[in-house]
Design a protein around this ligand. Structure first.
Ligand SMILES: Cc1cc2nc3c(=O)[nH]c(=O)nc-3n(C[C@H](O)[C@H](O)[C@H](O)COP(=O)(O)OP(=O)(O)OC[C@H]3O[C@@H](n4cnc5c(N)ncnc54)[C@H](O)[C@@H]3O)c2cc1C
Length: 232
């Protein structure tokens, strides 16, 4: 899996700071932006988002390339509606080798599980190729492909949606692959525009509560989550 931050609003802090001041100043947004300095922008963003007026950070957007992930992961990712997606199409890509599938670590770690997993994928690949030989179009041959099928996707989200996404998907209860993707995305945006992502991360660590309520130790490992996100 690879997560790359392709493009982002490089002056996102200045822009969002200017957006926040636009509501209370008589000057035009362009004048406010021109006069905005980094320290004022940081202070204003912290104050305004602290009030819950988070819409001001929607002006900063971020585009990621997410590569070599499973369709199981992207199916969850695309449930986030305040985002734009473009995904590699199974009508064009051929799934003919084991490299075209993602193996979960829980399977990779157990020899017997890995053996039956690979055997099944090989069988699926063979059947898929046979269907293509019979001139079944890829768009129909793909009906036998599993959730493990590898894919690439490009995603654009604004800072507000990203923060919401991190609350939900950095959580230890989120599925491991989307959690890894979300954590990598968080690391990258924090590096480039930290003020917009202060306190971004799983709700239990960053907001101090779990929206899903109290969990049994078997259901959630808060200590592990805290350790993972300390300093992030
Ligand atoms: C741990 C976990 C387990 C999950 N399990 C399941 C499952 O078993 N089955 C399943 O189907 N899904 C499941 N989901 C997916 C989940 O239900 C959401 O679809 C997904 O997380 C997207 O979140 P969202 O709707 O808050 O946000 P987004 O689509 O990212 O939207 C952001 C916010 O915008 C607002 N918004 C967006 N669209 C609308 C709208 N149409 N109307 C009103 N407000 C809107 C909401 O405030 C929303 O929170 C799971 C998610 C997690 C994190």
């Amino acid at each position: 899996m690879k997560v790359k931050l392709l493009r982002y609003t490089t002056d996102g802090e200045l822009l969002c700071g200017a957006a926040a001041l636009t509501s209370t100043r008589s000057g035009s947004p362009s004048d406010i932006l021109e006069k905005m300095d980094p320290d004022t922008a940081k202070r204003i963003i912290r104050r305004v988002t602290g009030y819950g007026h988070v819409s001001v950070i929607e002006h900063a957007s971020f585009t990621f390339s997410i590569e070599g992930v499973s369709r199981a992961m992207t199916h969850q990712l695309v449930r986030h509606r305040i985002a734009s997606f473009t995904q590699q199409s199974q009508r064009y890509v051929t799934y003919d080798t084991l490299e075209k599938y993602v193996t979960p670590p829980s399977v990779a770690d157990k020899t017997e599980a890995k053996r039956i997993f690979d055997e099944t994928l090989e069988r699926i690949s063979e059947t898929y190729k046979e269907l293509l030989k019979l001139e079944i179009p890829k768009e129909d041959a793909r009906f036998i492909l599993p959730n493990a099928a590898k894919t690439n996707i490009i995603v654009t989200m604004n800072a507000r949606e990203l923060r919401h996404f991190f609350n939900l998907r950095c959580c230890v209860r989120a599925q491991w692959e989307i959690r890894e993707v979300a954590t990598e995305m968080l690391k990258r945006v924090k590096k480039v525009v930290p003020t917009l992502f202060e306190n971004a991360g799983p709700s239990c660590v960053k907001l101090g509560y779990c929206p899903e309520g109290k969990m049994k130790p078997s259901e959630c490992n808060v200590a592990e989550t805290k350790k993972r996100f300390r300093g992030l």
